[in-house]
Structure formats: structure tokens, C-alpha cells
Write a protein that binds this ligand. Structure first.
Ligand code: ZN
Length: 239
């Protein structure tokens, strides 16, 4: 194959790689964002039991405080009871004590059921924490892999750009300009292979005469349909 065509093919490879890399550079941060979101919503979901557990705990503390207040009230009323001389007042205080003791007993019953719930939820919370840890490890590993990928992209890009500049130096200006023009019009592909009479850019058939010429000629030829610079490539030999 002719030298100028070989150079164009190599240039095309650089450009295609650069397109791929810049697409990747755009996509990877989106992947990271998606991963973050997924983990966060998983975490929120799995921490629902913990929130319930904490609610139960504060309800437990509240109830214990209520008991304390009832006890203090009962003690005070009993002290006052000793100083009362009026029978009506005495009866009222006894009633007050009775009511307080009944309320205290209700709260004690409530505490028992809270403690049972707490037991149940503490088992769930422990399990959830293990699940969350596993999922966090997986998430952090995946994120690290993407971040490493992302970090190496800039180096890859500048390597292909360097290669591109070196190649461009050896390509005639008019050929380069033609390539750029065609490339711009054809989704970033200015040079393409032809095999079995089919242009691999537009997938149309090349006329037989042109196909023959392509296999022998040293001229830069173009696909009559998509205008890309074409070259013959034996796909069976290459693959
Ligand atoms: Zn074509």
C-alpha cells in the first residue's frame, strides 16, 4: 500500500481513538455519579430499621423518665398525706396516688413492649450493618476502578495527540485538508476500508471498475457514495 495512504490510515486511528477517549472522559464521571446515587439510596433504604431502632430507644428513655416522675410524685403525695387532717382531702390524695400508680403501671407495660421491639430491631440492625458494609466495599472498589480509568485517560489522550502531530507532519497539506473536510462531514471518519466491494463506512457497493482500480491503483480514491477516502483491505487475511 502506498505510503500516504498508510499515513492517513494511521491518522484515522489516532482520531478514532481520540473520539473514543473523549467520549469515555465524559461518560466516566456520569458512571461515578450513578454509582454514588445507587449506593446512597441503598444506604437510606437499609438504614430505615436503624432509624426505627433509635426511635424506640428514645421512646424507652422517655418512658423511663415518666416512671421517674410518677415515682417522685407518688413519694411527695405520700409525704403530704401524713400532714393532712381533713378526711376529704385525704381521700382525694389517695385517689391521686391511685391514679398515678395506674398510669405508672401503664407506662411499665409499654416499656415491656418497647424492650421486646428493641430486641427484634437490634438483630435486624446488626444484620443490616453487615449488608451495608459489604455493599460499601463493593461500591468503593467499583468507584476506585472508574477513578483510576479516568485518571489514565488524560495521559492516553496526550499520547494519541502526540502521535497525531508526528503523523500529520509527514502528510501533504492538501491531502490532510481533504481528509479533515471529509472526516468532518462523515461522523469523524475520513478514511475507510473496502472489502468485497462494500464500503465499510456507508455499507454501499463500490462499482466493479472502481473496486478493481482500488486493488491496484496508487491514487487516493473516494467512495462515490459517502466520499470517504477508501482503501482495499482483505478482511479474511487480517482477522
Ligand atoms: Zn462509502
Amino acid at each position: 500500500m502506498e505510503e500516504k495512504l498508510l499515513l492517513l490510515i494511521k491518522l484515522q486511528e489516532c482520531d478514532s481513538q481520540l473520539v473514543k477517549l473523549s467520549a469515555k472522559k465524559k461518560k466516566l464521571p456520569e458512571d461515578i455519579e450513578k454509582l454514588d446515587k445507587e449506593f446512597l439510596s441503598f444506604k437510606e433504604e437499609i438504614e430505615k430499621n436503624k432509624i426505627k431502632y433509635n426511635e424506640l430507644k428514645s421512646r424507652h428513655t422517655e418512658s423511663e423518665n415518666k416512671i421517674k416522675r410518677f415515682n417522685e410524685g407518688i413519694v411527695k403525695t405520700k409525704e403530704r398525706l401524713l400532714e393532712v387532717k381533713n378526711n376529704k382531702e385525704y381521700q382525694a390524695m389517695l385517689k391521686e396516688i391511685e391514679t398515678a400508680e395506674k398510669s405508672r403501671s401503664d407506662v411499665e407495660t409499654e416499656i415491656i413492649s418497647i424492650l421486646e421491639e428493641l430486641d427484634k430491631f437490634s438483630v435486624l440492625v446488626k444484620k443490616d450493618e453487615e449488608t451495608l458494609n459489604q455493599s460499601r466495599n463493593k461500591y468503593e472498589q467499583e468507584k476506585k476502578t472508574i477513578e483510576n480509568d479516568l485518571n489514565s485517560i488524560d495521559a492516553d489522550i496526550s499520547e494519541w495527540e502526540k502521535k497525531r502531530i508526528e503523523l500529520s507532519k509527514n502528510i501533504d497539506e492538501d491531502i490532510l485538508a481533504k481528509y479533515e473536510k471529509i472526516k468532518k462531514r462523515n461522523k469523524g471518519v475520513g478514511v475507510i476500508s473496502v472489502w468485497k466491494s462494500v464500503c465499510n463506512g456507508c455499507h454501499m457497493n463500490i462499482p466493479p471498475q472502481l473496486y478493481n482500480e482500488l486493488q491496484k491503483s496508487n491514487q487516493l480514491l473516494s467512495c462515490p457514495n459517502c466520499d470517504r477516502i477508501i482503501y482495499f483491505q482483505d478482511m479474511e487475511k487480517h482477522n
